[in-house]
Design a protein. Structure first.
Length: 303
Protein backbone atom coordinates (compact mmCIF):
# COMPACT_ATOMS: atom_id res chain seq x y z
CA UNK A 1 0.00 0.00 0.00
CA UNK A 2 1.42 3.38 -1.00
CA UNK A 3 1.82 6.38 1.26
CA UNK A 4 0.36 9.81 0.56
CA UNK A 5 1.33 13.09 2.20
CA UNK A 6 -1.94 14.75 3.18
CA UNK A 7 -0.55 17.95 4.73
CA UNK A 8 2.60 19.59 6.06
CA UNK A 9 2.28 22.11 8.89
CA UNK A 10 4.97 24.36 10.32
CA UNK A 11 4.53 24.73 14.09
CA UNK A 12 6.05 26.78 16.91
CA UNK A 13 6.49 23.64 19.00
CA UNK A 14 9.90 22.36 20.05
CA UNK A 15 11.45 19.12 21.22
CA UNK A 16 15.03 18.22 22.07
CA UNK A 17 16.97 19.93 24.84
CA UNK A 18 17.35 23.50 26.03
CA UNK A 19 20.82 23.62 24.49
CA UNK A 20 19.71 21.98 21.24
CA UNK A 21 16.02 22.73 20.58
CA UNK A 22 14.42 21.11 17.54
CA UNK A 23 11.45 22.82 15.90
CA UNK A 24 8.62 20.42 15.06
CA UNK A 25 7.23 20.01 11.54
CA UNK A 26 3.90 18.20 11.59
CA UNK A 27 3.36 15.87 8.63
CA UNK A 28 0.07 14.01 8.11
CA UNK A 29 0.28 10.74 6.19
CA UNK A 30 -2.33 8.48 4.66
CA UNK A 31 -1.15 4.88 4.55
CA UNK A 32 1.14 2.51 6.43
CA UNK A 33 4.03 3.66 8.65
CA UNK A 34 6.81 5.29 6.71
CA UNK A 35 10.06 7.15 7.18
CA UNK A 36 9.54 10.90 6.79
CA UNK A 37 12.54 12.98 5.69
CA UNK A 38 12.72 16.76 5.50
CA UNK A 39 15.47 18.55 3.57
CA UNK A 40 16.09 22.12 2.50
CA UNK A 41 18.67 24.93 2.66
CA UNK A 42 20.00 24.66 6.23
CA UNK A 43 17.13 22.38 7.26
CA UNK A 44 17.13 18.63 7.92
CA UNK A 45 15.15 16.15 9.96
CA UNK A 46 13.56 12.72 9.93
CA UNK A 47 11.10 10.61 11.85
CA UNK A 48 9.07 7.47 11.33
CA UNK A 49 5.39 6.82 11.89
CA UNK A 50 1.87 6.83 10.51
CA UNK A 51 -0.95 9.32 10.63
CA UNK A 52 0.33 12.56 12.18
CA UNK A 53 4.13 12.41 12.35
CA UNK A 54 6.06 15.13 14.20
CA UNK A 55 9.49 15.62 12.66
CA UNK A 56 12.16 17.40 14.77
CA UNK A 57 14.13 19.76 12.57
CA UNK A 58 17.74 20.85 12.80
CA UNK A 59 17.96 24.41 11.45
CA UNK A 60 21.34 26.01 10.88
CA UNK A 61 21.56 29.61 12.11
CA UNK A 62 17.83 30.01 12.74
CA UNK A 63 16.38 33.49 12.33
CA UNK A 64 12.89 33.77 13.88
CA UNK A 65 10.31 34.63 11.25
CA UNK A 66 12.39 33.43 8.30
CA UNK A 67 10.57 31.27 5.76
CA UNK A 68 12.62 28.29 4.59
CA UNK A 69 11.54 26.07 1.66
CA UNK A 70 11.73 22.34 2.34
CA UNK A 71 10.99 19.09 0.56
CA UNK A 72 9.19 16.37 2.49
CA UNK A 73 9.39 12.74 1.39
CA UNK A 74 7.64 9.67 2.78
CA UNK A 75 7.92 6.38 0.93
CA UNK A 76 7.42 7.36 -2.70
CA UNK A 77 5.45 10.49 -1.85
CA UNK A 78 6.91 14.00 -2.12
CA UNK A 79 5.63 17.42 -1.08
CA UNK A 80 7.02 20.94 -0.98
CA UNK A 81 6.39 23.18 2.01
CA UNK A 82 7.64 26.21 3.91
CA UNK A 83 9.00 26.18 7.45
CA UNK A 84 8.45 29.42 9.37
CA UNK A 85 11.33 29.59 11.84
CA UNK A 86 10.00 29.94 15.36
CA UNK A 87 11.75 30.99 18.54
CA UNK A 88 11.89 28.67 21.55
CA UNK A 89 9.70 30.15 24.23
CA UNK A 90 8.30 28.95 27.51
CA UNK A 91 9.03 25.51 28.85
CA UNK A 92 5.88 23.89 30.22
CA UNK A 93 5.99 21.69 33.29
CA UNK A 94 3.04 19.47 34.13
CA UNK A 95 2.76 19.26 37.91
CA UNK A 96 0.60 16.52 39.42
CA UNK A 97 -2.30 17.61 41.60
CA UNK A 98 -5.66 16.30 42.75
CA UNK A 99 -8.78 17.91 44.15
CA UNK A 100 -11.92 16.74 45.94
CA UNK A 101 -15.27 18.30 46.73
CA UNK A 102 -16.15 17.85 50.41
CA UNK A 103 -19.73 18.88 51.22
CA UNK A 104 -20.55 19.60 47.57
CA UNK A 105 -20.04 16.02 46.34
CA UNK A 106 -19.47 14.05 49.50
CA UNK A 107 -18.53 14.43 53.16
CA UNK A 108 -15.01 15.13 54.36
CA UNK A 109 -15.07 11.82 56.20
CA UNK A 110 -16.01 9.87 53.08
CA UNK A 111 -13.24 11.47 51.05
CA UNK A 112 -10.62 10.47 53.60
CA UNK A 113 -11.90 6.94 54.35
CA UNK A 114 -10.95 3.72 52.55
CA UNK A 115 -13.26 3.00 49.64
CA UNK A 116 -14.45 -0.52 48.89
CA UNK A 117 -13.97 -0.08 45.16
CA UNK A 118 -14.85 -3.59 44.05
CA UNK A 119 -17.88 -4.30 46.19
CA UNK A 120 -19.36 -0.81 46.11
CA UNK A 121 -19.38 1.87 48.80
CA UNK A 122 -21.38 4.74 50.20
CA UNK A 123 -19.78 7.36 47.95
CA UNK A 124 -20.96 8.61 44.59
CA UNK A 125 -17.50 8.72 43.04
CA UNK A 126 -16.47 6.58 40.02
CA UNK A 127 -14.72 3.32 40.80
CA UNK A 128 -11.46 4.43 39.15
CA UNK A 129 -10.95 7.23 41.65
CA UNK A 130 -9.14 6.86 44.97
CA UNK A 131 -9.70 8.48 48.35
CA UNK A 132 -7.60 11.38 49.62
CA UNK A 133 -5.39 9.28 51.89
CA UNK A 134 -4.46 6.86 49.09
CA UNK A 135 -3.56 9.72 46.75
CA UNK A 136 -1.37 11.55 49.29
CA UNK A 137 0.38 8.27 50.00
CA UNK A 138 0.94 7.55 46.31
CA UNK A 139 2.41 11.00 45.63
CA UNK A 140 4.75 10.82 48.62
CA UNK A 141 6.01 7.34 47.74
CA UNK A 142 6.63 8.19 44.08
CA UNK A 143 8.49 11.40 44.95
CA UNK A 144 10.71 9.56 47.42
CA UNK A 145 11.58 7.02 44.70
CA UNK A 146 12.01 9.53 41.87
CA UNK A 147 13.93 12.76 42.69
CA UNK A 148 12.64 14.38 39.47
CA UNK A 149 8.95 13.92 40.31
CA UNK A 150 7.16 16.98 41.69
CA UNK A 151 3.59 17.53 42.84
CA UNK A 152 1.27 19.97 44.58
CA UNK A 153 -0.86 19.55 47.71
CA UNK A 154 -3.56 22.15 48.17
CA UNK A 155 -6.44 21.44 50.50
CA UNK A 156 -6.19 21.02 54.25
CA UNK A 157 -9.52 19.16 54.38
CA UNK A 158 -7.72 16.00 53.22
CA UNK A 159 -4.15 16.85 54.26
CA UNK A 160 -4.79 17.53 57.94
CA UNK A 161 -6.75 14.29 58.55
CA UNK A 162 -4.02 12.36 56.73
CA UNK A 163 -1.27 13.70 58.97
CA UNK A 164 -3.39 13.30 62.08
CA UNK A 165 -3.72 9.60 61.30
CA UNK A 166 -0.23 9.07 59.79
CA UNK A 167 2.26 11.10 61.87
CA UNK A 168 5.04 8.80 60.61
CA UNK A 169 4.75 10.49 57.18
CA UNK A 170 5.27 14.06 58.39
CA UNK A 171 9.05 13.80 58.05
CA UNK A 172 8.62 12.58 54.47
CA UNK A 173 6.51 15.62 53.56
CA UNK A 174 8.97 18.07 55.12
CA UNK A 175 11.89 16.33 53.37
CA UNK A 176 10.16 16.63 49.99
CA UNK A 177 9.35 20.30 50.63
CA UNK A 178 13.03 20.94 51.40
CA UNK A 179 13.98 19.24 48.14
CA UNK A 180 11.46 21.33 46.20
CA UNK A 181 9.53 18.26 45.11
CA UNK A 182 6.24 19.25 46.71
CA UNK A 183 4.67 22.67 47.06
CA UNK A 184 1.77 23.55 49.32
CA UNK A 185 -0.64 25.91 47.57
CA UNK A 186 -4.05 27.21 48.43
CA UNK A 187 -3.60 29.31 51.53
CA UNK A 188 -7.13 28.34 52.56
CA UNK A 189 -8.56 25.33 54.40
CA UNK A 190 -10.42 24.26 51.27
CA UNK A 191 -11.81 25.97 48.16
CA UNK A 192 -14.57 28.12 49.65
CA UNK A 193 -17.48 29.23 47.49
CA UNK A 194 -17.14 32.76 48.77
CA UNK A 195 -20.34 34.03 47.13
CA UNK A 196 -22.32 31.65 49.37
CA UNK A 197 -20.67 32.37 52.74
CA UNK A 198 -20.24 35.39 54.95
CA UNK A 199 -17.05 37.37 55.35
CA UNK A 200 -16.25 35.88 58.77
CA UNK A 201 -16.43 32.32 57.38
CA UNK A 202 -14.15 33.24 54.48
CA UNK A 203 -11.60 34.92 56.74
CA UNK A 204 -11.54 31.95 59.11
CA UNK A 205 -11.00 29.65 56.12
CA UNK A 206 -7.91 31.65 55.15
CA UNK A 207 -6.61 31.96 58.73
CA UNK A 208 -6.92 28.23 59.46
CA UNK A 209 -5.55 27.24 56.05
CA UNK A 210 -2.47 29.45 56.14
CA UNK A 211 -1.91 28.69 59.82
CA UNK A 212 -1.77 24.96 59.18
CA UNK A 213 0.27 25.11 55.96
CA UNK A 214 2.85 27.58 57.26
CA UNK A 215 3.04 27.06 61.02
CA UNK A 216 2.46 23.32 61.30
CA UNK A 217 3.59 21.80 58.00
CA UNK A 218 6.32 24.35 57.28
CA UNK A 219 5.09 25.33 53.83
CA UNK A 220 4.92 28.76 52.25
CA UNK A 221 1.64 29.12 50.31
CA UNK A 222 1.45 32.10 47.97
CA UNK A 223 -1.39 31.25 45.59
CA UNK A 224 -5.04 30.77 46.49
CA UNK A 225 -6.08 27.62 44.66
CA UNK A 226 -9.75 28.23 43.79
CA UNK A 227 -10.02 26.27 40.54
CA UNK A 228 -13.35 24.54 41.27
CA UNK A 229 -15.24 27.19 43.25
CA UNK A 230 -18.53 28.17 41.59
CA UNK A 231 -18.37 31.84 42.40
CA UNK A 232 -16.06 34.51 43.77
CA UNK A 233 -16.83 37.30 46.22
CA UNK A 234 -15.41 40.61 44.92
CA UNK A 235 -13.88 41.22 48.35
CA UNK A 236 -12.04 37.86 48.35
CA UNK A 237 -8.80 39.10 46.68
CA UNK A 238 -8.57 41.78 49.38
CA UNK A 239 -8.71 39.13 52.10
CA UNK A 240 -6.02 37.11 50.30
CA UNK A 241 -3.70 40.08 49.96
CA UNK A 242 -4.19 41.04 53.60
CA UNK A 243 -3.20 37.49 54.57
CA UNK A 244 0.04 37.73 52.60
CA UNK A 245 -0.93 35.75 49.50
CA UNK A 246 0.14 37.19 46.15
CA UNK A 247 -1.90 35.26 43.59
CA UNK A 248 -4.96 33.16 42.85
CA UNK A 249 -6.02 30.70 40.17
CA UNK A 250 -9.48 29.50 39.23
CA UNK A 251 -11.34 27.77 36.42
CA UNK A 252 -15.00 28.50 37.11
CA UNK A 253 -16.51 31.95 37.01
CA UNK A 254 -18.08 34.04 34.26
CA UNK A 255 -18.40 31.23 31.70
CA UNK A 256 -19.78 27.73 31.19
CA UNK A 257 -18.67 25.24 33.83
CA UNK A 258 -16.04 23.76 31.49
CA UNK A 259 -14.68 27.11 30.35
CA UNK A 260 -15.20 29.31 27.29
CA UNK A 261 -13.13 27.14 24.95
CA UNK A 262 -15.01 23.91 25.57
CA UNK A 263 -18.38 25.68 25.66
CA UNK A 264 -17.72 27.37 22.32
CA UNK A 265 -15.43 24.72 20.84
CA UNK A 266 -17.25 24.30 17.53
CA UNK A 267 -17.95 27.98 16.98
CA UNK A 268 -14.69 29.38 18.37
CA UNK A 269 -12.44 26.63 17.03
CA UNK A 270 -10.44 26.45 20.25
CA UNK A 271 -10.16 30.24 20.40
CA UNK A 272 -9.97 31.75 23.91
CA UNK A 273 -10.63 35.26 22.58
CA UNK A 274 -14.35 34.73 23.18
CA UNK A 275 -13.48 35.54 26.80
CA UNK A 276 -13.00 39.23 25.93
CA UNK A 277 -10.57 39.64 28.82
CA UNK A 278 -7.04 38.35 29.48
CA UNK A 279 -6.46 35.05 31.23
CA UNK A 280 -4.07 36.85 33.62
CA UNK A 281 -5.22 39.96 35.41
CA UNK A 282 -4.92 41.90 38.65
CA UNK A 283 -8.00 40.97 40.69
CA UNK A 284 -8.70 44.02 42.84
CA UNK A 285 -11.22 44.15 45.70
CA UNK A 286 -13.32 47.22 46.58
CA UNK A 287 -10.82 47.81 49.37
CA UNK A 288 -8.11 48.45 46.75
CA UNK A 289 -6.10 45.35 47.67
CA UNK A 290 -5.69 42.58 45.13
CA UNK A 291 -3.74 39.61 43.82
CA UNK A 292 -2.45 38.53 40.42
CA UNK A 293 -4.97 35.99 39.09
CA UNK A 294 -5.03 33.36 36.37
CA UNK A 295 -8.33 32.27 34.87
CA UNK A 296 -8.11 28.92 33.07
CA UNK A 297 -9.75 29.34 29.62
CA UNK A 298 -9.72 25.59 28.99
CA UNK A 299 -10.71 24.76 32.57
CA UNK A 300 -8.66 22.40 34.75
CA UNK A 301 -9.63 19.52 32.46
CA UNK A 302 -7.22 20.76 29.76
CA UNK A 303 -4.51 18.30 30.81
Amino acid sequence: MSVAIVSVESTDLFTGTEDAPRQVLRVTLDGPPARVAVTGPGVSGEAEGAGVVEVPLEIAGPVPGAELPVVVTAGGARAEAVVVVAEPGWTMFLVSHFHYDPVWWNTQAAYTSPWELLSGDATTRPLWERNGFALVEAHLDLALRDPVYKFVLAEIDYLKPYFDVHPERRADLRLLMERGQVELVGGTYNEPNTNLTGAEVTIRNIVYGIGYQRDILGGDPATAWQLDAFGHDPQFPGYLAAAGLTGSAWARGPFHQWGPIQKNFREAKDDARVMQFPSEFEWIAPSGLGVLTHFMPHHYSAG
